[in-house]
Design a binder for this molecule. Structure first.
Ligand SMILES: Cc1cc2nc3c(=O)[nH]c(=O)nc-3n(C[C@H](O)[C@H](O)[C@H](O)COP(=O)(O)OP(=O)(O)OC[C@H]3O[C@@H](n4cnc5c(N)ncnc54)[C@H](O)[C@@H]3O)c2cc1C
Length: 465
């Protein structure tokens, strides 16, 4: 007879491990199944290793670009094996810390591939096969990189972020397919290392879905750093010849054909859910792309089965997965929690950073909201001037009654500034409440208060026409 478990979570990424911690705090006997490494994509192959490489390469480029340092020759290079070693150390430390937390909270961790069979039976395929009957299940299997019709990864020349984060040598040239957050961050890392990076995007702008007027501003900044960016590029074929990848297609804007050759092609043009482990009896839980459908309590249509994180689609972000994990665990423990996406922030850790929350201008107009906009350029921000990073801007959107409904920030530390405006959107704060809050001088976040003032025609450090 199958052993019984109170709560089984399949997948130990940010969604699954946070759900496990909250469930254990709420006294549920929790079992977490992970087939690879605790921490999931985010900790092992995503958020954390990219930020480690971005940090290390950023220090190097800042030093190299500085005209005040003597003796740093043009031939100075980053020692790639040491950079990789530091990245691995950072990842290991966080994975071990998370495992420690799970153990101390009494979460049972089982290694192997979980599969969901009918009637909440969970099969674990590992060294030994095991079967459990679970009272409640949280599905948190995440997502993986998706191939394109004419572009399939082979792990050598055509790669995903997993291989790109672990390359033994820095390639001479790389084509990045997809100008979303993953493509732009990976492109930035390799451009800083001296790789000739070309980014191809099929949509008309980089970061499709971002505030339209902000996209060209960020694109200009990235081009200045050496990234070649081409939008509306439709790839039609890919050939590998003598270790080089040849990509061809047509530009939808100019109607011209293009052909590019590179040592590596990094595919960063979409993700697909890891939902194949669900038995056929659960096929009605999936949408046409294989993402699991849930309600605002993270419940699927099958009683006692919840789903969270990348597996359910929407914006594929670690903090979204974590919040959904908390909601699912609380509901599994008998509470009544609901997910609210109206103030879900996001950030891209390029140089300069981009961060946003709430509605874009387009979305607000489509919803028939009369908007007030406050745009404050960083050229008038003291801290940005000291950092020699004045090309960004803060844009705040408010409704006609002055409540903040969205914000779009291109600035150094934008990812650390956006929480203030996330709180504003979440709590319905007014422009005046933002601008009358005292901000430390000199900080880039003073630009938030100035943008709020500008929306009211009362900016102090910019003209108000
Ligand atoms: C290069 C890159 C950079 C990123 N940077 C950021 C960032 O800066 N900020 C941000 O918010 N987001 C970022 N993301 C996105 C973020 O990583 C994901 O949104 C997040 O990891 C999703 O969490 P999850 O728990 O839903 O899934 P995952 O992190 O994918 O975790 C799922 C886990 O389930 C396990 N699993 C799958 N199937 C099974 C099975 N059958 N049995 C047992 N275990 C299974 C997997 O091994 C994995 O560990 C980045 C992604 C990438 C690829």
């Amino acid at each position: 007879m199958a052993e019984k478990r109170e709560l089984v979570i399949i997948g130990g990424g940010p969604g699954g491990y946070v759900a496990a911690l909250r469930a254990a705090q709420l006294k549920l006997k929790t079992t977490l199944i992970e087939e690879d490494r605790i921490g999931g994509t985010c900790m092992n192959y995503g958020c954390i290793p990219t930020k480690s490489l971005l940090h290390q390469t950023s220090l190097f480029t800042s030093l190299k670009r500085s005209r005040k340092i003597e003796g740093l020759s043009e031939s100075a290079r980053l020692h790639w094996p040491s950079v990789q070693a530091e990245k691995r150390e950072v990842v290991e430390r966080l994975v071990r810390g998370t495992e420690f937390l799970l153990q101390k909270n009494g979460v049972e961790i089982l290694r192997g591939k979980g599969e969901l069979r009918r009637e909440k039976k969970v099969l674990i395929k590992g060294e030994k096969e095991k079967e459990f009957e679970a009272e409640t299940i949280i599905l948190a299997m995440g997502s993986r990189s998706a191939d394109l019709p004419f572009l399939k990864t082979n792990g050598r020349e055509v790669i995903t972020h997993v291989e790109a984060l672990d390359l033994e040598e820095v390639p001479g040239s790389m084509v990045v397919v997809g100008a979303g957050a993953i493509g732009l961050e990976m492109g930035t890392i390799y451009a800083r290392l001296g790789t000739d990076v070309t980014v191809l995007e099929i949509m008309p702008t980089i970061l499709p879905g971002m505030d339209k007027p902000s996209a060209p501003r960020l694109e200009r900044l990235l081009r200045k750093q050496g990234l070649k960016i081409f939008t509306e590029m439709h790839i039609e074929s890919c050939r590998i010849e003598e270790g080089q990848v040849r990509i061809s297609g047509a530009c939808q804007k100019t109607r011209r054909n293009f052909e590019l050759t590179a040592e590596k092609v990094l595919l960063a043009a979409g993700r697909k859910p890891n939902s194949e482990i669900l038995d056929d009896s659960f096929s009605s839980l999936l949408d046409s792309k294989g993402f699991v459908r849930v309600n605002s309590r993270m419940e699927t249509a099958a009683r006692g089965i919840y789903a969270i994180g990348d597996l359910i689609g929407g914006k594929l972000l670690a903090h979204k997965a974590q919040h959904e994990g908390v909601i699912a665990a609380e509901n599994a423990a008998g509470e009544a929690a609901e997910m609210d996406y109206s103030a879900l922030p996001m950030a891209v850790f390029t140089d300069t950073e981009f961060a946003a929350v709430g509605l874009t201008e387009e979305e607000a107009r489509a919803q028939g909201i009369q908007i007030k906009t406050g745009l404050f350029l960083l050229q008038a921000n003291g801290r940005a001037v000291t950092l020699k990073s004045t090309e960004g801007a803060v844009k705040i959107l408010a409704s006609s009654n002055d409540r903040v409904i969205g914000a779009h920030v291109i600035a150094p530390f934008a990812s650390e500034m956006i929480p203030e405006l996330t709180l504003a959107v979440q709590k319905g704060l007014t422009l005046k409440e933002i601008s009358s809050t005292i901000h430390i001088h000199p900080t880039v976040s003073e630009a938030l208060a100035e943008a709020a003032l500008k929306a009211r025609g009362m900016a102090l450090h910019a003209l108000n026409q």
